[in-house]
Structure formats: structure tokens, C-alpha cells
Design a protein around this ligand. Structure first.
Ligand SMILES: Cc1ncc(COP(=O)(O)O)c(C=O)c1O
Length: 403
């Protein structure tokens, strides 16, 4: 047999693309028996409504299968879109302002594809979600991180950076933010911070991509308007913000379902990409999720997830308080799945990670969440949604002992 290697034929983009390091880290942590892992970003399996979904999958296949098993529209199932509009309390939204995506990653990718030529710049929070950063980099984007404070991306630094970049005619294309229960820090922008970011974006005529996968998982505090809503209502600017949302954290990431809403022109371009890449989102999953929402199951299910995660978060906060050495600080998220811990600057969390694995506890070193080469060494991300509540104290204790 002649085993021909095609290595010399791969595209430049393929050759420079790396595997997701978080997925690699998760592989390492999974292979250690008895490990307590705060590393993943996984919802707890008890948050998957298995029975209801299995009933609905069967029912939809039997009663609506001729449509739901057929090829579907690239912008998504019309029935599902209408149900989403009602669920999101935006019944006035036009169909061409909304598309269904294969998880929100897919929407973020199409938005990036629509705007980015190789070398173009995206401004994001530093730190930010590596899944998005790497998908944007795969489109040729250069990511520039803007430092955060407790309320998220700092608008003064955003403006300073934009002043610098525009004075050099640098090709800045958009601003990417995760304003609520931010991954990895757990921070949430308050209303004023959201307005301030919008003001800067407006001044520099830059669109905003608002990533909102955790919005429904609020344990405390008041709900804040999305940047998408603020731009439309207070700024009378329906074109400024495109929002990406997801069913991954409220139904199950395996369903691969999300949606994006933005100006019709942008959505239209994103749908053109969808036509080429995946033809349409999964039609069956869309219809099942539509019926799930329509029958009124979603709100009470979200409440169940909150009741599952809130004690986990509290257990983690209590254990951090009890065991962490002086000098360590951590965020207190109002929702979502993550806590961000900052240690004394002398601590190198890449080295800590190696020791932690040997001691059967895992986290993600903070440097992994920054655009290439800009990370800090003394931070870590802890996930509280996946580990069992009883294991959280033991895991934090193990970690603190290593420090
Ligand atoms: C900030 C952020 N955006 C997007 C996603 C991707 O979610 P999806 O499963 O909908 O693609 C995640 C998942 O962890 C996330 O944390």
C-alpha cells in the first residue's frame, strides 16, 4: 500500500491553527482517577431535562417528522424563531433580524467571518473566552485585549486604545464583550458600564458583538438590560449590537443550539455563510426545543438549574474564604459558572497546575484566557457548576495546601 502524505498540501490557515488547549487540558484532567476538577466549563448533567426531551423527540418525530427530518431553512425554523421572539419578549423583532445557529460559537464565527479580513482587529476583554478568541483567530483576526475592572471592560482604556489604533489607520472591525457572568471572571457589567461601552462604540462607529450564553443563570441581583436592548431603546440604534445566545447552559450543550440577533444586513451575510457551512441548524432539535418552550417547561427548568448551581457557588465562596492564603482575591459572581481567583504576583499558576494535577485537583491557569502572549501568571479560573457540592470544599482545601 502506498501511504501518500498530504502534509505539503494543507492550507496555511490549517498549518497555523492549534488545537484548543482547554480541550487538551480537559483530556489530561479526565485521565486522572479521583480528580476534583474545577477546570471544565461544563453544565452539570442533572441540569439536562432528559425525560421531557426524550418524550418530545419521540413526539415530534412522529407528529412533525415529515418537516422536522427534512432539510430546513438556513436562518432557522420559522416556528422556532417565533417562539424565541416570545420567550425573549421581543415579539416585534423581524424575521430577518434573527437567525438560529449551531450553538452560539457558530453565530460568533459567522459574525466574525462576515466582518474580518486577515489582519483585521477585534477588541475584546482581557481575559476573554478562548473558544471565541481561537475561532476569531482562525478567521485571521488579531485580538487586542482591553483590561477589565470589577465591572468588565474599562471604557476609558477602550477609548484610549481606539484613539491609538485609529490614528494609525489600523483596521479595527468590532468590539467583542461578554457582559454577564463573564467567562472566565464571573463579572457582570452594570447598566452604566454597558452604556459607556456603547458610547465609545458609537463614537468610533464600531459594531459590538455581545456574547450572552449565561444570561438566564442569575442567582442574585437585578436583571440588567442587554447592550442589544440598550442600543435599541436608549440610543435608538438597532444596528449597533449583534447578540449571540445559547441553549447550551439551559438545556444541554450537546443539542448545539443558539441564536443571533442583529441588523438585517449583517444577519443576511451570516446566513450566506451558514448556507455554505452547515446548510441549516439541526431541524429536529429546533422543533423539539420550540415545543419545550411552547409548553411552558423552560422557565421552571431554568429555576431548577439556578437551585442546583447557587449552593455550589456558595460552597466554593465559603471554602475560598476558609482556606485561601492571605493576598488571594476572588470574584463573587451573581450567576453563571465561574469564579476568578487572583494570587500574589509571586505565584505562577502554570507551575501550580502541574502540582495540582498530582494532588488530584484541577483548574485552568489564567494566562490561557488572554490574547496570545499577554496573559498574567497569577490568576486561575474555577468552575463550580460541574463538581458535586460535597467535593468543592475538599478540592479548594487541596488547592490551598499547595499554595
Ligand atoms: C462566553 C461563552 N461564549 C460562547 C460559548 C459557547 O457556547 P455554545 O455551546 O453555545 O457554542 C461559551 C461556552 O462555554 C462561553 O462561555
Amino acid at each position: 500500500m502506498n501511504n501518500i502524505l498530504f502534509d505539503d498540501l494543507y492550507s496555511e490557515a490549517t498549518n497555523t491553527m492549534e488545537h484548543s488547549f482547554i480541550r487538551e487540558i480537559l483530556k489530561v484532567t479526565k485521565s486522572v482517577e479521583g480528580i476534583i476538577s474545577f477546570a471544565g466549563g461544563l453544565p452539570h448533567p442533572d441540569s439536562f431535562p432528559r425525560e421531557k426531551l426524550s418524550e418530545l423527540f419521540s413526539e415530534v418525530i412522529l407528529s412533525e417528522g415529515s418537516e422536522a427530518l427534512q432539510y430546513g431553512a438556513s436562518d432557522g425554523d420559522k416556528i422556532f424563531k417565533d417562539i424565541i421572539k416570545n420567550f425573549e419578549e421581543v415579539p416585534y423583532l423581524n424575521d430577518d433580524e434573527l437567525m438560529i445557529t449551531v450553538g452560539s460559537t457558530n453565530g460568533i464565527y459567522y459574525f466574525t467571518r462576515t466582518l474580518i479580513d486577515p489582519g483585521d482587529i477585534i477588541l475584546c476583554e482581557a481575559p476573554s473566552f478562548p473558544g471565541s478568541i481561537t475561532s476569531m483567530e482562525a478567521c485571521g483576526a488579531r485580538l487586542v485585549g482591553i483590561e477589565m475592572d470589577e465591572l468588565g471592560m474599562r471604557p476609558d482604556l477602550l477609548e484610549e486604545k481606539l484613539e491609538e489604533l485609529t490614528s494609525k489607520n489600523a483596521p479595527v472591525k468590532f468590539i467583542y464583550v461578554i457582559p454577564e457572568f463573564h467567562n472566565p471572571t464571573g463579572r457582570t457589567m452594570d447598566l452604566q458600564r454597558r452604556r459607556d461601552i456603547i458610547k465609545v462604540a458609537t463614537k468610533y462607529r464600531l459594531p459590538i458583538l455581545e456574547d450572552q450564553p449565561y444570561r438566564e443563570l442569575r442567582f442574585s441581583g437585578e436583571r440588567v438590560m442587554t447592550l442589544w436592548e440598550i442600543a435599541r431603546t436608549e440610543f435608538n440604534d438597532p444596528k449597533l449590537v449583534t447578540i449571540a445566545k445559547s441553549f447550551s447552559k439551559i438545556l444541554g450543550p450537546g443539542l448545539r443550539l443558539g441564536f443571533a440577533s442583529g441588523p438585517p444586513e449583517t444577519i443576511n451575510h451570516m446566513v450566506k455563510w451558514a448556507q455554505k457551512v452547515n446548510v441549516s441548524p439541526d431541524c429536529l432539535t429546533q422543533r423539539v426545543t420550540a415545543r419545550y418552550i411552547e409548553r411552558g417547561y423552560m422557565r421552571s427548568h431554568i429555576k431548577k438549574i439556578i437551585d442546583l448551581y447557587k449552593p455550589k457557588k456558595e460552597a466554593m465562596m465559603d471554602s475560598l474564604e476558609k482556606y485561601m492564603p492571605e493576598g488571594a482575591k476572588w470574584t463573587n459572581p451573581d450567576g453563571g459558572m465561574f469564579i476568578w481567583v487572583t494570587f500574589d504576583e509571586s505565584i505562577d499558576t502554570d507551575k501550580l497546575f502541574e502540582k495540582a494535577i498530582k494532588n488530584k485537583v484541577a483548574f485552568i491557569p489564567g494566562a490561557k484566557f488572554y490574547p496570545k502572549g499577554t496573559g498574567k501568571k497569577n490568576e486561575i479560573r474555577l468552575n463550580f457548576s460541574y463538581p458535586d457540592t460535597e467535593m468543592i470544599e475538599e478540592g479548594i482545601k487541596r488547592l490551598a495546601q499547595l499554595l
